[in-house]
Structure formats: C-alpha cells, structure tokens
Ligand binder design. Sequence first.
Ligand SMILES: [Zn+2]
Length: 213
Amino acid sequence: MADMVFKYSTMNGGKTLNILQTAHSYNENNFKTILIKSITDTKGNDSITSRTGLSKKVDILLEENESLLTEKNYKIYYTAKIILVDEVELLNKEQIKELWMIAHLINIPVLCYGLKSNFKGEIFSEGISEAFAIADIIEEIGSSSICHCGKKATFNARKEKNEFTDVGPTIIIDDGTKEEYEYVPLCSDCYLKYVKIKSPEAQKLAKLVEKIK
Ligand SMILES: [Zn+2]
C-alpha cells in the first residue's frame, strides 16, 4: 500500500514551489493529481500560488470540519495517482487521519506539506501533532529558508507593526490584506535573541550568567 509523507519547512521554505513542481511532473506524465487545501488558507483563494508566480487551482477546498470520506470527495480523488495537500497545519486531527487511511486503504500516495511550529515556537496544531505521529515518512524540505544571520531558519517569527511578538492568535494568514503582520524565518539563536529574550527562562539564565562569572 502507499505511504503518507509529511514534508515540513519554515515559511518561505519552498513548500508551495515543491508542491506545484510535483503536480507538474505528474501531470506531464498524464497521471491524475489531486490538490487539496483548507478554506482557512485564503491566500490565492481556491488556488495554490507560489511567490514565483506559479499557480494551480485546487480540486478540493476543504471546509474546516469537512470529511474527506464523503461520496462527493471520494469521487474526486479515487482515481488519482497522487494526492498533494498544502498547509496541513490548517487541517484538524481527523482530516490528517483520513488522509493516512486513504494512503493505506485505497493505495494512493499522499504528500502533506506544512509548517512544524507556529510563531510562538510551539507545534502548530493538533493536525501537525497527528501528522508527526502517524506519517510513514517525515522529511524536512531541503531548500528551507535561511535566517538573516546566515544560519538555517527553523522558526517562523511574527512581527506586528514591525516588532517581534509571541502573543496573539495562532492563525493570521499572510494573504496580503494584513499589512501590520509579517513573518520572518529565524534560526534558534536569533529567535531567542529577538523574540524570547524577555521570557522568564531566558531572564533566569541571564541572571545566572551575571551572577556566576
Ligand atoms: Zn539567525
């Protein structure tokens, strides 16, 4: 039977380009490809759009609590060679479990693309925890973005009105309508330095460093 693969990266880490390139290669060989994303992802409306200008309409725009195991959805994907799902951090636990079952019971490979952590540095959602728990293969997308210091970025920091912050709602979609918010990929060193430096743990360690010289 087929596998469910979870591919993660930071924001701007090449996920969308990877998904569109994969879809393109399958389509070139006349293999039916199914693209899925959550309706919560308002960026590009009903399409998956990369910053390089590539774009493709999704086959299933999944409602927040919609099941993939309905007759309507099954008819869309049951003859597919591959299912590609963008921004899986916006899917719930049940939807991730359904994708895994589709791979293993119907034998269609499922590639899930998403973010590992949110701007607070925590696992993004229940859906992501589920993906880590049950995916057959877990891969970091190789072209992950680079922090401004030159190290590999592993955090998705958020700026609100140009200031780094770790408070606020988990999901603010970067769809071009919320100019006060900006996402910045950072390495651990820079994430600690710019975002978490005022946290009780960082302050405690700073005091120890100061005390025991
Ligand atoms: Zn850095």
